[in-house]
Every structure is written in C-alpha cells, then in structure tokens.
Design a binder for this molecule. Structure first.
Ligand code: NAD
Ligand code: DAU
Length: 353
C-alpha cells in the first residue's frame, strides 16, 4: 500500500511509521510541518528505507496538501497531525483551531479530489482519522467506560477541536461518500513522548531531583496504553476496519495521576538510587489545578479487540518500567529538547489569547 501519514514526526505517528517500515512492504509519505513537537530522530531508522519519503508541509496549506495527494497518489491516509497538548490549548487555542479543524478539512477535500480523479481507488481507499477519548468528556468515578455510541461532550479547546474534526470526517463520509474510519484512543506513553506530557515530564524532572507537579489533588484518572500497542491497533484499524466505523482503543489500565507519579518515583529510586534528600516521592508537589480538568477517562475497547483481533501486549507496570529505561538510555534526545524548545515549565494556567 501507499500510505500518506500526517504528523509522522510526532510521538504516535513515528511509532506507526517505524512499525510499518519494519513489518510491511508499504510505501510511506510522511507529511509533517515539523512543529516544536516533531522528532526527526524518531524515524531515523525508517528514513534509511527507500519506501519512506518525508515532505515538510503544513496541513493548513490547502495547495501543498493537494499537490502531495497528486504526486504520491495514496491508497490510504492515516491522519495524526495535530496540536496535541491540552495545557497549550489553554494558553493559545488558535493553533488548535487551525491545525486540528482547518487542517483536517483540507485533507478531507484533497482526499475527495483524489478519489474523483482516481475512481478505481474508491473501493479500497481509506481515510483514517486518529482521535482521542477526550471528545467524550469526563466520567464520574463509577460511570461505565466510554463506548463509540457515547455522546460527545468535549470540555477543553484541544478536545473540542478534535471533536470538530471527528464530526467533519463523519460528515464527509455521509455526504461525499468518502471511505472513512475513525479511532479514539486513551492516554499513550512510551519512547519519544515530548516532555510536556505527564509521564516523560515526571521521569525527567525526577531524574534531575526537581519538584514533581501534580495538578489539583492527583485523583484524576487516565487510562494508559503503550504507544507501540496503539500503533499496532492503528495499523489494524486502517487495514481491516469496517467502513464508517469508530474503534475505541485503550489499555484497560486506569490509574490516578498520583499513583502514576508515585510509581515513577519508586522505579527511578530503584534504578538510580535515592537522592541525597531521600526518596523521590518527597518531590511530589500539589499545584493549582488545570482549568476544566476532566476527572476521569476510560474506554471500552471490547469491539476493537473482537473485530480487529487486537489486545495490549504489556501491563502498565512493565510498559512504564521499559519507558523509564528508554528515557535513561536516551538522555541526549530529551536534553536537546530541554535546551532548545521546552524547559519543563508549567503550561496552561494563564489563558493569554
Ligand atoms: P504530537 O504532538 O507528538 O505530534 C504531532 C505531530 O504533528 C508533530 O510531528 C507535528 O510537527 C505535526 N503537526 C502539528 N501541526 C501540524 C500541521 N499544521 N501540519 C502538519 N503537521 C503538523 O502528537 P501525538 O501525541 O503523536 O498525537 C498524534 C495524534 O494522536 C493526534 O491527532 C492526537 O490528537 C491523537 N491522540 C494522541 C494521544 C496521546 O496520548 N498522545 C491519545 C489519543 C489520540
Ligand atoms: O486521553 C487522550 C489524551 O491524552 C490525548 O488526546 C492528548 O493528546 C494527550 O496529551 C493526553 O491528554 P492529557 O491531558 O490526559 O495528558 P497530560 O500528559 O497532559 O496529562 C495527564 C494527566 O496528568 C492529566 O490529568 C493532567 C495531569 N498532569 C499533567 C502534567 C503535565 C499533572 O498532574 N501534572 C503535570 O505536570
């Protein structure tokens, strides 16, 4: 297959590309604007393959997107490019509207034009939109996990922009007969995750003996999935998913934020020894809550498991331990980010735009 992947220099897109290059004969075009969140290092191995091509382009640029569809003539699109960090969407929602909504619109229009020009592709073509469980809003402690039929109730600028893009994709499927499939996943963790997110931020700050910020009371719950397991599920969704369907993907690993941070502290103590001040748990600092902080997410991934024959490969505890080892062994990667692009300072407290 010829697969156009957007956002392939990002955390999840790069994991998808590594897996596709390693395990298939597919040809990849990686379309990425190389924002602050991009990591070319994450696809360095894949880039050695003659089945991989990179184009630096912005999905908000309709002309560039249309030209790339024409020159590459994809059999499928996996659309992952997005502004992905909730805290940044509080500080500056404008880019989220541009990339996540307008950018998705441009890709849908380009895919329509592509199929009009190549009607023979219509039967097999797929436009796979990669989305988030956050579109469903917040669960209470005893609520059942989200299902694909759960009503949308996004509450942050990020999740509202992803909900809008989900709606656009479904509308293009219904109205223009575009062959679409969607997936909505829970929180990912693993190699090459940008240090703004909870798990890498805690690992890095914990290693450096810095305070570990926990928003509010730390009782908020997320469901964690290793990024490589998500990548495997995404490839199955794109290749085997039923037309028009939404697949929920999750790790069946709900944890409070405080429990996640405490586990990271203990694993770091085991690996690198205690700090001179004692165990790393003493670094935990409760800070002002995120505005509009969703209490709990959890997804019911049973349909995905049954229909696509997918299941997570590791427990959260094993995946977290492996992830900590990865950050210990790849300090050059994140130290460069800290020097050049992001110092691990708090984001998302003071709306400015
Ligand atoms: P990320 O922030 O790590 O990477 C995003 C990538 O998109 C970057 O390489 C960036 O350069 C690129 N990009 C951003 N704006 C662009 C634009 N205008 N044009 C072209 N490229 C652009 O994100 P991620 O964590 O890998 O998330 C990928 C997708 O998965 C997103 O759509 C996100 O909403 C979704 N998702 C993420 C998670 C998670 O836990 N990280 C969970 C569920 C769903
Ligand atoms: O649920 C899927 C979503 O998961 C994805 O769609 C998003 O792209 C991804 O960023 C992630 O969103 P979250 O807001 O859940 O992830 P984040 O790592 O920012 O925060 C996880 C939890 O930890 C959240 O409840 C806020 C809290 N937190 C976060 C940071 C950065 C803290 O307590 N302290 C922190 O320093």
């Amino acid at each position: 297959m010829k697969i156009l992947i957007t956002g392939g220099l990002g955390f999840i897109g790069s994991a998808v590309i590594r897996r596709l290059i390693d395990t298939t004969n597919d040809e990849i075009l990686n379309l990425d604007a190389q924002t602050y969140a991009a990591s070319p290092e994450a696809v360095a191995g894949a880039a050695m393959s003659n089945r991989y091509r990179f184009e630096k382009a912005d999905i908000t640029d309709q002309t560039a997107v249309a030209q790339l569809f024409e020159s590459f003539a994809p059999d499928a699109v996996m659309h992952l490019a997005a502004e992905s960090h909730v805290d940044r969407s509080i500080d500056g929602p404008g880019e989220f509207i541009q990339t996540n909504i307008i950018g998705t619109f441009n890709l849908l229009q380009a895919a329509r034009a592509h199929l009009d020009a190549h009607p023979e592709l219509r039967q097999s073509f797929r436009f796979h939109h990669v989305s988030t469980d956050e579109v469903f809003g917040a669960l209470g402690p005893d609520d059942a996990p989200f299902k694909a039929s759960t009503a949308y109730s996004p509450r942050s600028p990020y999740s509202a922009s992803k909900a809008a893009s989900d709606h656009l994709v479904r509308a293009w499927g219904e109205t223009f007969n575009l062959p679409i499939v969607l997936s909505n996943c829970s929180n990912n963790y693993g190699a090459f995750q940008f240090p703004e997110k909870l798990i890498p931020l805690t690992i890095i700050r914990g290693l450096r003996g810095e305070s570990l910020p926990v928003y509010g009371t730390g009782e908020n719950v997320r469901d964690w999935l290793l990024v490589d397991d998500h990548a495997r599920a995404l490839i199955k969704t794109m290749k085997q998913g039923s037309l028009g369907q939404t697949y929920l993907i999750g790790g069946d690993s709900e944890r409070t934020n405080l429990a996640v941070v405490e586990t990271i502290c203990d694993l770091l103590d085991e690996r690198t020894g205690l700090l001179t001040s004692g165990p790393r748990r003493s670094l935990i600092t409760f800070v002002a809550d995120r505005p509009g902080h969703d209490l709990r997410y959890a997804v019911d991934a049973s349909v995905t498991k049954e229909e696509l024959g997918w299941t997570p490969s590791v427990s959260f505890e094993q995946g977290l331990a492996d992830t900590i080892d990865w950050y210990l062994n790849n300090q050059e990667w994140w130290q460069r980010i800290l020097e050049e692009r992001y110092s691990t300072a708090r984001l998302g407290t003071e709306p400015t735009k």
